[in-house]
Structures are given as C-alpha cells and as structure tokens.
Write a protein that binds this ligand. Structure first.
Ligand SMILES: O=C(CO)COP(=O)(O)O
Length: 252
C-alpha cells in the first residue's frame, strides 16, 4: 500500500498569529480523517516552531511540519541558509526540494537540487522532489522528457534503502498559482510515466508516493486523487485557508 500525503506549501505567507489561528482551526477540522492519510504543513521556516507547537495539542491528530527548502550544505559560512539538520532538530518531517519557484527565481539546477535531496535524507527528513514542465515545454511536446530528466538527476545516487523516505510532486509550472489545474487525465498520464521511470530503478522506488500540485482546490481534489497514480497533493494557495485545506485532506 503506497503512502498517501496531503501537504501544504504556504510559500511566503503567514505570521505567528496566522499560524496559531490556523492550527486552532485545523485540529477540529481534521477530526475523523482516515489515519492513513499523512498531513504536513510547510510554513516559512521561521514559523515552524510556532505552528508545530500550536498543532500538536493533546488529543489532536498528528499533523507534521516541514520546510519549503533546505541548504545544499550541512553547515558553515553560508549566510541566510537553513540546514536540513536544523529543520530536523526543530521536529520537521519533510522538506520540499526543487520547487519550480526556486528553480525559476533562484536559479536552482538539477545538480543543486540533488545535493539538497541528499542533505535532507542524511538528516532524516523526507524530501518532496518537485518536478514539472513550463507551458513552453508542454507545447513543444517535451513534458515527459523534462520531467524524466528532473527525476533522474534529482534522485541521482539515492540508495535503495532511502526510497521509502522519498516523495515526488508533479507540479506543472503553468498550473501553479494560475487557477488552471491540469485535468485529472493530464496529470494521471504524467504520474504514470513517473511511476514507470521509478519502477526502472527497482521495486522499492515504484512505491514512492507521487503527489500532484498546481491550483488544487476542494472542488477539483476528489477527481485528481481518484486517479490510480495520484497519491495526494501539494497545495499552495488553497492551503492558506484551513477550511479549504482540511476539505482537500478529506478528499484523499
Ligand atoms: O506550487 C504549488 C505548491 O507547491 C501549487 O501552488 P497553487 O496551489 O497555488 O497553484
């Protein structure tokens, strides 16, 4: 049975007060949710302790926290960076790695993304490797080759013993923040391709959860998550509403 994961990416949004209010709303909203569904929230790193403490009230469901990025270096003179070990020390469970906004605005290459994947795994975090094509690449018919390259280079050198800690998020760049989600069928086609690429590594890799991101809303979540190779979602805009995010979790 593959893992099912619904993850929130707050991006550059939130505050201490927002995190506390959000957690207060999430705890009751998730009551009764299938315990097999993993729920994780990635706020800006500085809000991790506040959110984590507010979520983990007694009797509440376990909601994990994570970071939106980690450094490619473990420690040292790298001003502004946040290390994977530091995130783990703050009880983070996940790290998003290689988000298209990092690739686009901060020039992250597949090689840098690969170093970050190794840092995350070494620190005991579950990395969520983001892959996805731009509109131009899709229109040129290159979706599967772009995604294939990002998977191959991003996961280069990951040992078989670590497959169970890896997640992949397929996030078509043209669907992020645009309100234009890939159709369930379009997403399923790419997910099935990723699944077959992973299966080429070995059997363990074919069990990696592949989640979809890009304008997921409560109204679209159910059909997306019903696809055989879509194991959950990475939610941006809609995750900023605790009510909408909880509704999306229920669709998993
Ligand atoms: O980038 C995303 C999640 O990482 C998706 O963002 P939106 O849900 O706002 O399109």
């Amino acid at each position: 049975m593959r893992r099912r994961l619904i993850a929130a990416n707050w991006k550059l949004n939130g505050s201490g007060a927002f995190a506390t209010e959000y957690a207060d709303a999430m705890v009751p909203a998730l009551e009764g949710l299938d315990p097999a569904v993993e729920v994780a929230i990635m706020p800006p790193a500085i809000l991790v302790p506040t959110l984590r403490d507010a979520l983990n009230c007694e009797g509440g469901r376990r909601v994990m926290v994570g970071v939106q990025d980690v450094s490619a270096w473990e420690t040292g003179a790298y001003t502004g960076e946040i290390g994977a070990l530091m995130a783990a020390d703050q009880h983070c469970s996940f790290a998003i790695v290689g988000h298209s906004e990092r690739r686009q605005y901060f020039g992250e290459t597949d090689e840098l993304v690969n170093s970050k994947i190794h840092q995350a795994l070494a620190a005991g975090l579950d990395p969520i490797l983001c892959v996805g094509e731009s509109l131009e690449e899709r229109e040129a018919g290159n979706t599967l080759s772009v995604v294939g390259r990002q998977i191959e280079r991003g996961l280069d050198g990951v040992p078989g013993s670590d497959w169970r800690h890896v997640c992949v998020a397929y996030e078509p760049v043209w669907a992020i923040g645009t309100g234009k989600s890939a159709s369930a069928q379009e997403a399923q086609t790419v997910h099935a391709h990723i699944r077959s690429l992973l299966a080429d590594y070995d059997r363990g890799a074919s069990e990696i959860p592949i989640i979809y991101g890009g304008s997921v809303k409560p109204e679209t979540a159910e059909e997306l998550f019903a696809q055989p190779d879509i194991d959950g979602g990475l939610i941006g805009g809609a995750s900023l509403s605790a009510t909408d995010f909880a509704a999306i979790c229920r669709a998993a």
